[in-house]
Write a protein that binds this ligand. Structure first.
Ligand SMILES: NC(=O)c1ccc[n+]([C@@H]2O[C@H](COP(=O)([O-])OP(=O)(O)OC[C@H]3O[C@@H](n4cnc5c(N)ncnc54)[C@H](OP(=O)(O)O)[C@@H]3O)[C@@H](O)[C@H]2O)c1
Length: 166
């Protein structure tokens, strides 16, 4: 199963200056709970932003990085893929979570079975946006309101969509 997992602002922004322009620990905890033990697939820029933030690849997950660079150096255990097709070959029969950024979401959208979306209710400005998609292709199967609190300073709506078949 291929799942896209993303947090997106009300302005469709997902990133700014190779980082995420909000801090929502609840979303990070949810991301971890869903992805640990599985495969996380990402573009080279997202991989570098994660390493810059936490000092290492995402732990306890198979990290797959897509890059066109022939000699991109990664820590032991991280898998490098030269294209989407190469990434799919290297993750056959795995639960794959596509975790950005915009380039990789754009490629993954036609192939994804599930869309896990945290709508962050913020008029964020940024330099990377989530690609347009047809809501009519997707069926909302779960929705939960996350109200702001002492730790999470912004309201959010957490949604899970499954692709409509047939
Ligand atoms: N809000 C969220 O949930 C979320 C999630 C993830 C990321 N983000 C944010 O998104 C931003 C990064 O996204 P981005 O779109 O700029 O970059 P990205 O998708 O993470 O990475 C882009 C890179 O992926 C490689 N690539 C892309 N298409 C490829 C293809 N068809 N074949 C081979 N390699 C390919 C290229 O690497 P090379 O240049 O090395 O060839 C390209 O420069 C950051 O601000 C990050 O914080 C937000």
């Amino acid at each position: 199963m291929i799942s896209i997992i993303v947090a997106v602002s009300d302005t469709n922004v997902i990133g700014h200056l190779n980082d995420i322009p909000w801090y929502l620990p609840r979303d990070l905890k949810n991301f971890k709970a869903l992805t640990v033990g599985h495969t996380v697939l990402m573009g080279r820029k997202t991989f570098e932003s994660i390493v810059a933030r936490i000092g290492k690849p995402l732990p306890d997950r198979k990290n797959v990085v897509i890059t066109r660079q022939a000699h991109f150096t990664v820590p032991t255990g991280v898998v490098v893929a030269a294209s989407w097709e190469d990434a799919m070959q290297k993750t056959q029969n795995e639960d794959v979570f596509v975790c950005g950024g915009a380039d990789i979401y754009t490629i993954a959208l036609p192939f994804a079975d599930r869309l896990i979306l945290t709508r962050v209710h913020l008029q964020a400005e940024g330099d990377v946006v989530f690609p347009a998609f047809h809501v009519s292709d997707w069926k909302l199967v779960f929705e939960e309101q996350w109200f702001k609190d002492e730790e999470n300073l912004v309201d959010a709506t957490y949604q899970i969509y499954e692709r409509r078949r047939g």
